[in-house]
Design a protein around this ligand. Structure first.
Ligand code: NAP
Ligand code: MG
Length: 472
């Protein structure tokens, strides 16, 4: 058990203003592994002042120089790759192989992509007789969730810094240790004092103080729709810019003629990944009624291959979910699904056998799900797939779009053009065609209640810029 002290403010660790602390629990062992200070509005105020003081200098730093420092940040993250992976396994429960490859590896690449964009982006353009300047939006308040503890941080901080903004970060209560390593990496990279600041603590206290702070120009939030709505209201009231990356209930549409086996296996792997705790997880599977039983049987077979277990084991592919609260929520939603008439084909709400410690959930396939059921509408955030059936392509489209969310989706078809034509009619921000790979340069973000704004690539950079026109 390590008791960490201090907030990272103005280039170094300084004592927290209050005496409150939060505990970090390892979800596989249920042990408290560390405590960190619970930030107050006073800590947030200190951090915002530091970020404001650093803003003019950082905004005036040539973009190519900002790019060099982002390269150094990417290198600093790469140098601590193994420590970041083991930390994420300890505080989130991500299987170590996944933690190395994705949780720790992806942010190195994303930071690097913004180093390149800072150097290459045109921050000035000419429109007729005007010069248009793309200037930094100011001080950014970033509030992040626990499911991808480093990626969610880097997907905000790297574009903000590339744009010339300074940042105050409030990471999730469950995963502050990764955020502390990130803060140390910003110092190792040589970022000027105050350009990046970290305040750990609880959402309703530190997070809310950050969103409300008059010295914050832009709030970028990733997390639940319930909290996102409040943050959007606070930001709107103060006429602040806001970016919201919220939940999803994404549809995986398998059209007749698609490679059913491949489509279903990829779907199960997608939803089991990170114990189902991905906002873009493809949790609603839509299958033509002629292929439905076969698809459900394939899914049950594939899901059974993911036995929950110790995330430090390099062979583990399904670890625990993040917390007891999350486990209870997922199990309750499985029970609710069954109570509303869904058929539990494999898995279920009972604790997995042979694991007497840890917040584990069985990989679960629900069949006979209909559009009105809770499990077809609410984000479950656990390793749970819901199978719905359709009679024709128009019905498939109606079902796919019958959601308050619109984050992502997937289409499988025999023919690429057929899949693309379907994807054009989907109401969501991102669609994978026949298993298309994740692209870190492509915009990520939601339609409808999945959010406002985009992350990653040049679209992510533009969120942190504001434009000024000079008439010559
Ligand atoms: P959450 O409460 O929305 O947390 C996200 C972030 O917001 C955390 O840093 C949180 O701090 C902070 N926060 C909470 N209340 C706040 C407030 N009033 N003002 C400012 N900041 C606040 O999400 P969660 O409780 O961790 O998870 C709940 C559900 O959200 C999940 O079951 C899942 O459905 C969804 N979720 C979505 C994503 C995504 O990537 N879109 C990620 C995680 C969760 P604390 O950590 O202290 O609460
Ligand atoms: Mg919360």
């Amino acid at each position: 058990m390590t008791a960490h002290d201090g907030m990272f403010i103005d280039g170094g660790w300084r004592p927290a203003r209050g005496a409150g602390r939060t505990e970090v629990v390892n979800p596989a062992t249920e042990q408290v592994i560390a405590t960190v200070p619970a930030g107050t509005a006073e800590d947030v105020d200190d951090a915002v002042r530091a970020a404001r003081a650093a803003l003019p200098g950082w905004a005036a730093t040539p973009p190519a120089r900002r790019g060099e420092l982002l390269t150094a940040l990417s290198d600093a993250l790469a140098a601590r790759h193994e420590e970041i992976a083991t930390t994420i396994t300890a505080e989130l429960g991500s299987p170590i192989g996944f933690a190395r490859r994705v949780q720790a590896g992806l942010p190195v690449a994303v930071a690097r992509s913004y180093a390149d964009l800072a150097a290459s982006h045109r921050f000035e353009e000419r429109i007729g007789t005007s010069t248009v300047l793309h200037e930094p939006a100011g001080v950014v308040g970033a509030i992040t969730p626990w499911n991808y503890p480093l990626h969610q941080v880097v997907a905000k901080v790297a574009p903000a810094l590339a744009a010339g903004c300074t940042v105050v970060l409030k990471p999730a209560e469950n995963t502050p240790l990764t955020a502390r390593i990130f803060a140390e990496c910003t110092a190792a990279a040589g970022l000027p004092a105050g350009v990046f600041n970290l305040v750990t603590g609880l959402g309703p206290e530190a997070g809310q103080a950050l969103a409300e702070h008059p010295g914050v120009d832009l709030v970028s939030f990733t997390g639940s729709t319930a909290v996102g709505r409040r943050i959007g209201a606070v930001a709107g009231g103060a006429v602040k810019r806001v970016a919201l990356e919220l939940g999803g209930k994404s549809a995986n549409v398998i059209l007749p003629g698609a490679d059913l086996d491949r489509a279903v296996r990829a779907n199960v792997a997608d939803v089991v990944r990170n114990a189902g705790q991905s906002c873009n997880a493809l949790t609603r599977t839509l299958v033509h009624t002629d292929h439905y039983d076969e698809a459900v049987a394939l899914a049950a077979e594939a899901a059974a291959e993911f036995a929950p277990g110790d995330p430090t084991d390099p062979d583990c592919r399904l670890g625990p979910v993040v917390s007891a609260r999350q486990r209870d929520r997922v199990r309750e939603l499985i029970r609710k699904g069954a109570a509303e008439g869904a058929r539990v084909v494999t898995g279920g709400a009972e604790p997995p056998e042979g694991l007497d410690k840890g917040y584990y959930v069985r990989p679960t396939v629900l069949a006979d799900v209909t559009p009105g059921m809770t499990v077809a509408r609410e984000e479950i955030f656990g390793p749970v797939l819901s199978f719905l059936r359709y009679g024709d392509t128009d019905e498939a489209l109606r079902l796919a779009n019958d959601s308050d969310y619109g984050l992502s989706g997937a289409v499988w078809a025999a023919d690429q053009d057929e899949a693309v034509a379907f994807a054009r009619r989907m109401e969501c921000g991102r669609v994978d065609i026949n298993g298309g790979d994740f692209n870190i340069m492509a915009p990520f973000g939601g339609y409808k209640q999945s959010g406002v704004g985009r992350e990653l690539g040049v679209h992510g950079l533009q969120e942190y810029l504001q434009t000024k026109s000079l008439q010559l």
